[in-house]
Design a protein around this ligand. Structure first.
Ligand code: DP6
Length: 352
């Protein structure tokens, strides 16, 4: 009798915010970066994508994906690459064990929900592709490690590979042409530095002007400064950042985070035509952080900005009042997503 059963599995994936930024592809097809990067994974009780993957002979004939109840196009090369890689792994399992149901050939139905505003520019593609890849891996009962899955998620969206882990995560750029060593690895678990906090300042929920994907390609094609960034600046920052995390040295962590963000936005300005992601409110947030640090006589807060105007400010728990007070002083009273304090996510709790 034909198998009409619906097979399904669910998972969640957190958002990560880079402190050493990925900005440039050396191979756009395999999504291989021009430099390594490093991020902090944020608590998924505050920011996460929940995804259910199902397959059945009663679905289809096409694969489908619903995000926050609206149908998404799955025909793009990135989503297709993730589906293809996961199906290949499942087919190999089925070939080695004849008693397994034949899931690899069945149409997929994916349903995803974010618990934060998708349009707010909060790295939703990172959590989105990480959750998609792990939900299908769970559905297919693949024995893959998070690092193996990161190789697949990377092809969906580069930053997604870092959302397979909690804590402090490096995406090592790798050297192989096939991308097999361009994967995410844990630098330290969240429990290593439990006092770390991030304040998310959503200064604008507007959709970004230039997408990361196209912005970074124009940077690689036109910016002289980016060559220096890839060859000299980022390798230095990766090393300093790993050491700062190992030693829980906030001053160095904060300094590198801010210099990194500035270096990334400088290469955006050096891109032709130039790309501006920060606005006047972003600049006011930078000044607020400078004020906090001047008053403290040392670095106790660090800002970082991705491809949009929203700020993430890292600090340690004991400095919560100083940070919140100064930010309020400059930007006014904040509520909800305008100013949210989040903790660092623990890897073990991600799929729980
Ligand atoms: C500025 O991962 O969104 O947030 O691989 O093209 O999907 P694609 O790009 P994406 O770029 C993220 C850029 C960044 C920096 C970072 O997260 O490292």
């Amino acid at each position: 009798m034909a198998d009409t059963k619906v097979y399904q599995a669910s998972t969640t994936a957190p958002v990560n915010i880079a402190v050493v930024k990925y900005w440039g592809k050396r191979d756009p097809k395999l999504n291989l970066p021009t430099n390594s990067s490093l991020s902090v994974t944020l608590s998924q009780s505050d920011l996460r994508t929940h995804t259910t993957a199902a397959c059945s002979s009663t679905f289809g004939p096409e694969d489908t994906l619903l995000l926050n109840s609206s149908p998404q196009d799955v025909s793009g090369a990135r989503t297709q690459a993730c589906f293809r890689e996961l199906r290949t792994l499942r087919s190999a399992l089925e070939a080695s064990n004849a008693s397994l149901p034949k899931l690899a050939s069945l149409p997929l139905r994916i349903v995803s929900e974010n618990n934060f505003p998708t349009a707010a520019g909060l790295a939703s593609s990172a959590a989105g592709f990480a959750a998609l890849v792990r939900a299908i891996a769970n559905l297919y009962e693949l024995p893959s490690s998070p690092t193996e899955l990161s190789r697949i998620a990377r092809q969906g969206s580069g930053s997604a590979c870092r959302s397979l882990f909690g804590g402090y995560v490096a995406w090592e750029m790798g050297a192989n042409e096939d991308g097999s060593d361009s994967v995410a690895v844990e630098v330290a678990p969240a429990s290593h530095w439990p006092t770390m906090r991030a304040l998310i300042l959503v200064v604008s929920a507007e959709k970004k002007g230039v997408s990361s994907t196209s912005g970074m390609q124009i940077t690689v094609a036109t910016s002289e400064l980016s060559k220096h960034r890839f060859a000299v600046v980022v390798p230095k920052h990766m090393e300093a950042m790993k050491k700062a995390i190992q030693e829980k040295d906030f001053e160095t962590f904060g300094k590198v985070t801010m210099v990194e963000s500035n270096s990334f936005h400088a290469t955006c300005l050096d891109t032709f035509p130039p790309i501006f992601y920060m606005n006047d409110v972003s600049k006011a947030a930078i000044r607020a952080v400078e004020d906090i640090n001047t008053r403290a006589g040392k670095i106790i807060a660090a800002y970082t900005f991705d491809a949009g105007p929203n700020a993430v400010i890292y600090y340690e728990e004991e400095n919560t009042d100083a940070v919140a007070g100064a930010v309020k002083g400059v930007l006014g009273e904040l509520d909800g997503w305008e100013g949210k304090e989040v903790k660092v996510q623990d890897t073990k709790a991600i799929d729980a």
